[in-house]
Design a protein around this ligand. Structure first.
Ligand code: DC
Length: 219
């Protein structure tokens, strides 16, 4: 039997940071499902496959091997890609890739397998609605698009990436729209998920709130 905490929400709401910190505090294995979509996008880039080439994408999916180590390192077909999957070409391709049913079906299988028999905190877009509809705790972590853009610009500056606030905000809105209007497994709050708005909270405050919710629900 495993204990599952599902954290869903839009890009830039802080899911990655919060999931990692809460996982460390509560001894839960942290699983970033966005990274699995990023691995598929990277594999397509490596093999020079376009989004329309469904047959070739299926071939990639048939032999893909994704490994996530407890220390956060991610391996695609036995090679470490932890940093590579955060680069711009992957950022641009991953959202369209995540709308493809063949990709979602395959990754659903992989994501469920990764969590098997473990106590996990899993972040994504459809964890509480599709991947683990019976998760023990479901949280929907949100923030306004403007606040998420502000955070992303700061992160980019730390990494030495230049992009204006307006440009980043535009991309975030585009991605929100695509993620929440796609036909299969769209981004939406599960009916029984607890809504957390992080717009006016700092990281420590969100971590405390999420830990309190998990403790409360699992009493
Ligand atoms: O969280 P992220 O930015 O690494 O996610 C990358 C893309 O993958 C994003 O466009 C949405 C998609 N995604 C998804 O559709 N379902 C998930 N469970 C996780 C991510």
């Amino acid at each position: 039997m495993s204990f599952i905490v599902a954290i869903d929400g839009p890009a830039g709401a802080g899911k990655g940071t919060i999931t990692k910190l809460v996982g460390e505090r509560l001894g839960l294995v942290n699983i970033d499902t966005g990274a699995t979509f990023r691995c598929v996008a990277l594999n397509m880039i490596q093999e020079n496959i376009k989004i329309e080439e469904e047959k070739k994408i299926q071939e990639v999916l048939d032999k893909i091997h994704i490994k996530m180590e407890p220390n956060g390192k991610i391996f695609l077909n036995e090679k470490e890609v932890t940093k590579r999957i955060r680069e711009n070409d992957v950022n641009d391709l991953v959202s369209p890739v995540s709308t493809l049913p063949i990709v979602r079906n395959k990754l659903l299988e992989i994501q469920r397998k990764i969590a098997e028999g473990k106590n996990v905190i899993m972040e994504g877009r459809d964890i509480g609605t599709v991947v683990f509809p019976n998760a023990d705790v479901k949280i929907y972590l949100d923030a306004t698009a403007e606040e998420r853009a502000r955070r992303r610009v700061l992160q980019n500056q730390e990494k030495g990436i230049e992009a204006s606030y307006e440009e980043v905000l535009e991309k975030i809105k585009e991605r929100d729209k695509r993620d929440s209007t796609r036909e299969i497994a769209p981004l939406k709050k599960a009916e029984d998920a607890i809504y957390v708005d992080s717009t006016n909270l700092n990281i420590d405050q969100v971590v405390e709130e999420v830990i309190n919710i998990i403790k409360d629900v699992s009493k």
